[in-house]
Design a protein around this ligand. Structure first.
Ligand SMILES: Nc1ncnc2c1ncn2[C@@H]1O[C@H](COP(=O)(O)OP(=O)(O)OP(=O)(O)O)[C@@H](O)[C@H]1O
Ligand SMILES: [Mg+2]
Length: 232
């Protein structure tokens, strides 16, 4: 089974004036690690939001982890069980503590509150923020918030991780550590890892680099575009 199958996906904003995605065809295999690169405004975040069922396309089909996102009536469940989303903007919940933020995705699992807390603290430890567990997110630096967001994305043991500039606001040492953690998960648990990045050094770590320009995939890092041209 493929982790992702997008066929002829279009998305526009502002009554069609902004064409964010212009006919995206993309297949990503289960357990693959791909990076998505492209200039600012090219449609990378829009693409990722579609995969996480946070936004719906104007047309085209999207299948993620075996679910047809156009017809599925259980998108909340799908997101909670399958997806770990690391946003470009962190979206931590401001009025609950750091450790409680990480526990949120665990509510769909059958864990006691003690087990949830232990798991959340372990995840915080992995991003070197164990000592910040009880404070509020607005007291953290941008990089620290990003690390909390990463810990939260891993809390539901997702089969697919969607990461939008996960290391954008981090220094190089923390950035390498976070990347290593994501890549370890991909390697050890066959998690499909999809990372949007501006950083070519990060992009090159992936099995495949997908290049987006003006809402189109101009290179998929394999021969899929060549094949599709032969088909027509
Ligand atoms: N909610 C929205 N409403 C209106 N326009 C939007 C919205 N979201 C994105 N856009 C527009 O769609 C286009 C693609 O945006 P997107 O956020 O996908 O770019 P990006 O490749 O992620 O850029 P960056 O590298 O700066 O994060 C841009 O022109 C952007 O202004
Ligand atoms: Mg973006």
């Amino acid at each position: 089974m493929n982790a992702v199958e997008m066929k002829n996906v279009y998305k526009s904003y502002e009554n069609g004036n902004i064409k964010a995605l212009n006919g995206i065809d993309l297949t990503i295999g289960e357990g693959e690690f791909v990076s998505i690169i492209g200039p600012s405004g090219s449609g990378k975040s829009t693409l990722l939001n579609m995969l996480g069922a946070l936004d719906i396309p104007d047309s085209g089909s999207i299948n993620v982890a075996g679910q047809d996102l156009n017809t599925s009536k259980k998108l909340n469940e799908f997101r909670a069980q399958k997806i770990g989303f690391i946003f470009q903007l962190h979206n931590l919940i401001p009025n609950i503590s750091v450790v409680e933020n990480i526990e949120i995705p665990m509510f769909t699992q059958k864990l006691s509150s003690k087990e949830m807390r232990a798991k959340a603290l372990k995840l915080l430890d992995d991003v070197s923020l164990r000592d910040k567990a009880d404070i509020m997110p607005n007291k953290l630096s941008g990089g620290e918030r990003q690390r909390v967001a990463i810990a939260r994305a891993l809390a539901n043991d997702p089969s697919i991780i969607l990461a939008d500039e996960p290391t954008g606001s981090l220094d190089s040492k923390t950035s390498s550590k976070i990347l290593k953690q994501l890549i370890d998960l991909h390697e050890d648990k066959n998690v499909t890892l999809i990372i949007v990045t501006h950083d070519m050094d990060v992009a090159k770590l992936a099995d495949r680099v997908i290049e987006v320009l003006d809402g189109e995939i101009i290179s998929a890092g394999d021969d899929s575009l060549i094949n599709s041209k032969i088909d027509v």
